[in-house]
Design a protein around this ligand. Structure first.
Ligand SMILES: *[C@@H]1O[C@H](CO)[C@@H](O)[C@H](O)[C@H]1NC(C)=O
Ligand SMILES: *[C@@H]1O[C@H](CO)[C@@H](O)[C@H](O)[C@H]1NC(C)=O
Ligand SMILES: *[C@@H]1O[C@H](CO)[C@@H](O)[C@H](O)[C@H]1NC(C)=O
Length: 372
């Protein structure tokens, strides 16, 4: 047995041992209850278009909504510091999350806390999605290499492990995105309530007219930006699902059916069939990895700490302090948008540039001689 194969054997067995230990902890994400919730969610919110990885630029725009929503919330807080405005529910509307007994600054403080929690969960869960997406190309390559070079007995022993590994990575990567998406949708519902409450609140004094008009505009803008973030997280989730489906349908199932990979000809034919699928899977998991990485960086640099430091805006006491804060927040919005847009574009270009290397790498599995 050659050294490469021995090495592969050890690596594959080790990998499958390590990852199978983490499955128990992750199984909580695969309950039927959760799957039901996610199905309900996708029927009640607008659908996101799922583009092929090579033409999916939509995420570059959606990701901008993160820093924008944080700055808009800050601006809204500056406005809300002017007075303890109370909101009014119309007779036919009962808010589920918000309470009309709380003045607007208290409501905004609560919304800020909910957003913070969503950002935190997203940042933790995306690390796990990324680590699963990272593994997928390794497992796929291990499978192809085995079919290409491993002696029959070894192939029969090891190929099932490889298939199990790639399936688990795909499944966990997809499952982890669901609770995060749910969390963002809950905040979206809360923002909708705020917009509804503001629209049924009318000014009682002359000087309230402008205040309420501005408040409604901010609430609408924030809701709009947040819905883009929901769309982004839906995109992460859909990309993970597509990757999983592709792995099962065009890599695992055909390989399980072709259990008889004994002759060089059978192996060659099967490799030729798997290579295009492997390229598509590698590309899809890589795109999700890049999108999640970019979001995580933007979140760390412009969102998580910023939203945590927003609350003092609610207690600004003078008009000059408010004017100063507003100026800062607008400047932030512009400066960050430029930075974020540029980063997203650089990442998308880097991703596009990986195509030829990927095709070349996978084509080696059809060139080299097949072992018997
Ligand atoms: C709003 O109410 C809180 C708590 O009662 C109070 O501390 C604060 O000064 C009030 N703010 C304004 C702008 O009146
Ligand atoms: C509150 O809502 C009620 C019922 O819709 C309405 O009649 C009333 O004018 C509203 N009051 C204020 C201050 O907005
Ligand atoms: C597998 O291939 C070998 C050699 O070509 C053949 O003898 C055997 O019958 C095949 N088995 C199945 C289940 O097709």
């Amino acid at each position: 047995m050659n050294i490469l194969i021995t090495f592969l054997t050890v690596v594959i067995l080790l990998i499958s041992r390590i990852y199978s230990q983490s499955t128990t902890a992750d199984s909580q994400y695969k309950t039927t209850e959760e799957i039901t919730t996610v199905t309900t969610i996708s029927t009640t919110t607008t659908t996101t278009t799922t583009f092929a990885p090579e033409v999916d630029h939509e995420w570059e725009d959606l990701i901008l909504a993160g820093p924008t929503v944080v700055n808009y919330l800050g601006l809204f807080m500056v406005l809300a510091s002017r007075k303890n405005q109370t909101l009014n529910a119309s007779a036919e509307f009962t808010p589920k999350h918000l309470s009309v007994t709380q003045p607007l600054p208290v409501i905004l403080s609560r919304i800020s806390t909910d957003m913070q929690a969503a950002f935190k969960v997203a940042s933790d869960d995306l690390i796990r999605t990324r680590s699963n997406m990272d593994q997928i190309p390794d497992h796929i390559n291990a499978g192809l290499l085995l079919i290409q070079t491993a002696p029959n007995a070894l192939l029969e022993t090891l190929l099932p492990y490889t298939l199990k590994n790639v399936k688990r990575a795909a499944n966990e990567g997809a499952a982890v995105t669901k609770p995060t998406l749910e969390r963002f949708i809950t905040v979206e519902v809360i923002l909708e309530e705020l917009v509804t409450l503001l629209s049924s609140t009318s000014a009682t004094k002359e000087d309230d007219i402008n205040y309420l008009m501005e408040a409604k505009a901010y609430a609408n803008d924030i809701q709009m930006q947040w819905s883009l973030l929901v769309k982004l997280f839906k995109k992460f989730s859909q990309r993970a699902d597509i990757t999983e489906i592709r792995i099962v349908d065009s890599f695992i199932k055909p390989t399980e059916v072709a259990s008889n990979l004994t002759t060089p000809n059978q192996r060659r034919t099967h490799l030729d069939k798997l290579i295009p699928a492997a390229i598509a899977i590698d590309q899809s998991s890589h795109l999700l990895d890049i999108m999640a990485l970019t979001y995580a960086e933007i979140s760390n640099e412009h969102m998580i700490n910023q939203i945590a430091s927003d609350k003092p805006y609610l207690t600004l006491a003078t008009e000059s302090a408010r004017a100063l804060s507003q100026r800062e927040l607008w400047q932030n919005t512009i400066a960050q948008s430029v930075k974020v847009a540029r980063l997203a574009q650089v990442r998308q270009n880097e991703f596009a540039a990986t195509s030829s290397g990927r095709n070349e790498r996978y084509s080696t599995y059809s060139k080299d001689p097949v072992a018997t």
